[in-house]
Design a protein around this ligand. Sequence first.
Ligand SMILES: [Fe+2]
Length: 332
Amino acid sequence: MVQASGMDTAAAIPSSEPTGDLYTQLGQRLGEDNLERRLRAQQELEAHMAIQGRGIFRLEKYIRMENLLTVLFKSTGLYGRGYRNFLDVRLIHNRVILPSLPEAFEGYRILQIADLHTDLDPALPDKVVAALEGIEYDLCVNTGDFRNRTRDCHRTSMRQTALIYRHVHGLMLGVLGNHDFIEKVPDLEAMGIRVLLNEATPIERDGQVLWFAGVDDAYYYQTHDLARPWQGIPSGACTVLLSHSPQTYLEAEALGADFMLSGHTHGGQLCLPGGRPLITHCPVPRSFCSGPWRHGKLQGYTSRGTGAGCVPLRFNCPAELTVHTLTRGITR
Ligand SMILES: [Fe+2]
């Protein structure tokens, strides 16, 4: 059981390459079938055989989308404004009423970092560190996509991530996104981030327990298995689920999750005035793509992301760090 107290936040990155032992351990944590599926899909990406996403016609098979968007926004004179928006990370507060919250966790604060895509632009870590200054929280979660590239080496993104996590304190949990290869788990855990690979962990405070479950990516790798962490969660226990994509909300509600934290959509990132997204890359209703939402007894929140994907630009969709404050009471 994890005690709700400090944890070493050392930012060192291990130099060892993945070994057979590592894959044995990852298979035991993620599930052997899921690990096989993930490694196969990762190999396809490494071989440039696959393009992430859904749909019959994928323009990026022929033209690099980031090049197309860069030319488009530079030619229209909007690039500079979009880049300034990208680096303007805002702090958002979200209050969540959870009737089953243990009394000891009244006022518990969860800092959510999402979709850092740290290798997209070297200026981002300093901006995130500045935005983190002075924020008070009890636990930090990361809902995935530490990296922007979907293939090749992840060392750059891990170095950039470490720059940020030197300034994060206390307990840290995370899940992988569709841009993350599973081999980075040891690097993240060396930074003090406990990665939940279809796993659950209890957080103890004054003899009471709040459970956190985390599942692997449901969007591209489809290696999420919600039933697996729930095997160890006592019936009726208050549980927070970390799931990179919000598309697992139906299963989460059926299993009895109380609160679900996601990212992945970037809130649309390049939105029309009023915040209406053009693309979300997520098979959920638009109301699940940004901010707080509810499905039955399940409450959730989808971050617009702390970083951005594909291009370092944002329009009508601010980047965010989010502090969720949990409280007991009757939901209206
Ligand atoms: Fe992302």
